[in-house]
Design a protein around this ligand. Structure first.
Ligand code: SAH
Length: 353
């Protein structure tokens, strides 16, 4: 962000009852959206950042009730990319204009700390003008610190729901909201740009739960916030639950933009999967990040966290060219750059604003 443009944009806050009114659909979405777009334009102009998403393993030790990668789904064909395959994704992504790579996987215990650190170090030395984001689940403080020291810049770990009671309904008893939150605070303390977030319309979620999510996000003050509609997966205990609403997700993106003017907010794959051009609608609601899938084709369809996930038929260059054209047509531009949170001292600088 150029200095001359720099002017701190204050966060808005909403009372619990105002939030509930919005979530109950009692307020004017268009007005909320217009406000969000004007805040987003003031802070980020018409720029959209892209992150090359590499889904490098669908093997997972956990048994989250909503996720198709859950350990007990024995119908899923499992895969794990080799280091060479991952580096080939980076090469393609780099040529296509990505300056951030996101390594995402299930909680695959195959990777020791040393193995992950070697991979991180290799990517960061080969692509030293790129940021590296990890999204590999819950680890110890020591492991996170090792990843950071090896060169990882950012970490995505959705908190899923801030309510301990709701968390229990979505996860096996071996997992807890308390540990998830501990991970997020550890990551932040270590120095990662941290991303949290939740599913919209997950089973048993109430609007009061979403208010708790907002309050938790205000406490954590993350650099990135990822939300997307819950989408049922046929081989999970939640197969028969209704999908989350696209409209409500868009309302929440606008609301989050007003609450966190500087946040990096992606228009997620789940949004694009439930509605054609859902991505574009996400950007028009206030999102400023897109995460094109740059995994090998054979892996994309096996990383099936929910039914109907869009896999993308194109390689990195083609899918980014396509996104770019779509965005240009509605007045937005893809940036070739890391797209960091606007200041290295972001947490302290924006605290309380
Ligand atoms: N193992 C990593 C990555 C998980 S997949 C981790 O724990 O962070 C990334 C995200 O996909 C999850 O955090 C979850 O919010 C979302 N997700 C999983 N199943 C989903 C479903 N059925 N519908 C919508 N989103 C889902």
């Amino acid at each position: 962000m150029a200095d001359e443009k720099f002017e701190v944009t204050k966060r808005q806050d909403f009372s619990d009852s105002d939030l509930l009114e919005i979530l109950n659909g009692k307020s004017d979405f268009e007005e909320l959206q217009n406000q969000a777009v004007s805040v987003r334009k003031r802070v980020y102009g018409n720029e959209v950042f892209i992150r090359g998403l590499i889904e490098f393993s669908n093997i997972c030790k956990n048994d989250c009730l909503y996720c198709g990668l859950r350990a007990s789904n024995n119908k899923l064909e499992r895969y794990r990319l080799s280091k060479e395959e991952i580096l080939a994704c980076c090469e393609q992504g780099y040529k296509a204009g990505c300056r951030t790579f996101v390594l995402q996987s299930g909680e695959d215990m195959f990777y020791t700390d040393d193995e992950m650190c070697r991979l991180i170090y290799e990517i960061k030395t080969q692509y030293c003008d790129c940021a590296l984001t990890l999204s590999v689940g819950e680890k110890s403080h020591g492991t996170y610190k090792a990843y950071f020291n090896a060169g990882a810049d950012r970490y995505l770990l959705r908190h899923e729901t801030a309510s301990a009671k709701h968390y229990k309904t979505l996860h096996p008893s071996s997992m807890s909201s308390e540990n998830r939150k501990r991970c997020l605070f550890d990551l932040k303390e270590i120095g990662f740009q941290v991303g949290a977030g939740f599913m919209v319309g997950s089973p048993y979620q109430t609007n009061e739960n979403i208010v708790e999510d907002v309050r938790f996000l205000q406490e954590l003050n993350p650099a990135m916030i990822g939300i997307g509609p819950f989408v049922a997966h046929h081989a999970t205990p939640f197969a028969d639950f209704k999908n989350g609403s696209v409209k409500k997700t868009l309302v929440l993106i606008s609301l989050l933009r007003l609450l966190f003017p500087y946040a990096l907010i992606p228009a997620t794959t789940a949004l694009g999967s439930l509605e054609k051009e859902g991505y574009i609608k996400g950007v028009q609601a206030g999102a400023n990040v897109l995460m094109p899938n740059i995994s090998p084709f054979f892996a994309r369809e096996k990383y099936a966290i929910y039914d109907g996930k869009i896999y993308g038929q194109n390689d990195a260059s083609k899918s980014i060219a396509y996104l770019s054209e779509k965005l240009e047509s509605v007045g937005y531009t893809i940036v070739v750059g890391r797209g960091d949170w606007p200041t290295t001292n972001c947490y302290t600088m924006f605290n309380g604003l």
